[in-house]
Design a protein around this ligand. Sequence first.
Ligand SMILES: Cc1cc2nc3c(=O)[nH]c(=O)nc-3n(C[C@H](O)[C@H](O)[C@H](O)COP(=O)(O)OP(=O)(O)OC[C@H]3O[C@@H](n4cnc5c(N)ncnc54)[C@H](O)[C@@H]3O)c2cc1C
Length: 476
Amino acid sequence: MTSRRVVVVGGGITGLSTAYFLDKRARERGEAIDVTVVERSKRWGGNIVTELHDQFTIDGGPDSWVAAKPNATLLAKELGLENSIIGTNEETRRVYVMHDDELMLMPEGVVLGIPTEVMPLAKSSLLSWRAKVRMAFELLVKPRVWRDDDDESVGDFISRRLGAEVTDRLAGPLLGGIFAGDAHQLSVRATFPQLVDAERKYGSLIRAMRAAKRKAAGKSSGAQSSAFLSLRGGMGTLINALVGRLGKATLRLETTVVSITANERSRVSRYTVNFDDGASVEADDIVFAMPVHVTARMIRALDQEIARDLEQMRYASTATVFTAFRRADITRPLDAFGFIVPRSAGRQFLASTWVSSKWRGRAPDDTVLIRLFFGGAWGEQVLEESDNGLTEIALRELRSFLGTKGEPLFSRVFRFDKASPQPPVGHLATMARIRQGLERWPGLHIAGSGVDGVGIPDCVRQAETIAERIVGARQA
Ligand SMILES: Cc1cc2nc3c(=O)[nH]c(=O)nc-3n(C[C@H](O)[C@H](O)[C@H](O)COP(=O)(O)OP(=O)(O)OC[C@H]3O[C@@H](n4cnc5c(N)ncnc54)[C@H](O)[C@@H]3O)c2cc1C
């Protein structure tokens, strides 16, 4: 029996976990499979990049995954990392919001920017009285009747339910921040389907969030009760563990896929994958596991329609700047995960994570590690600055908000060029059309953060589904 040849393009979490699940499923079913993973850069992991600097652990890109989506946790456990899974630091579980150039505590009971408790918000000066009253009326706002293809931007959805000020000051920066996006451009169906489900099921977001909170109360404690999970050695641990399990696959770093061609029917395999060094490999299946704007370039030669649809997804660029200080050189207590910055604050950055407060063990005790997020859908201009320029801005902002004194111990800049997908209103319908179009091209598969959910668990879920489809198709 000949092995089925699968080429996975992209060595980020999606591509590597696809290769892992392909091998796993094929072994379980006694199938022969020949997997090649091709990665353009010098290292595996894509957006996931962990650097160790003295005794600091720096996650340059993602620092965690959402615990409520199980796929990443299950994968980490399968890879033997169960004991390395950590939750956030419970003692500092709060977030500030920048308002009038001050850091104000996000009122307790605000979940995804939606209030579940009245008193903390009533007492907070983050919102005007008018906004608080409008918010309370959410319970009475008539729910929208959602039909299959309906969609709305996250900003419009929140404003309709809770008022525009909540979108601007709470939900917008929180929800848009997860996507480095503009809440008024992002599709609510594609990015926060749970909000639509909440409106459908409970007729009110406040009622739905309260119900969810009641359900969660009293559930398990410890690392795994945290809303966000990470790995003690940083997110790169997951990538290393995956690569360590891919002994049977052919792994090609520093190889760029430049094009694919569909073979004549008489050929044994369906496609040829062409590399920048002039080499090529034959493939029965190709899994595109990279930003869809890159996938679009490759598919265009085969199918203009699919390429056009893929191109509808805009990507935002971001950069993270890390700086470390001696604890004694910071006047403000870093008693939270950090702070978010509403667009209306007119600053040059989106958020700041106080890494050493959010996670234990990321920095020596007498130091702090801080991250500033730059760029995103409405702030890409600042990324034209050099690394030194970004660091200068970061240090200036930190001096004014945290009262940092003296020079940092070190600074480090990570850039993510067109790496954050911005699913536009109508994204699910576009994806359905793309999936339909792919039926014209058996063996072509598209996955990753630009396809069906932007977070790491979404990527792992898609990888598992595609592996299942490929191995299952062989059996059928
Ligand atoms: C700054 C930042 C912070 C984030 N934080 C979080 C977080 O905390 N939690 C979370 O769940 N998600 C987070 N995300 C999202 C998360 O990073 C993505 O969901 C996930 O990493 C996407 O993985 P991927 O494998 O699909 O794509 P990528 O990581 O983009 O990997 C694609 C790979 O394809 C390679 N490639 C591209 N073109 C070619 C080619 N022609 N040939 C060969 N290889 C190619 C690239 O070099 C890259 O390595 C964050 C994203 C960013 C940018």
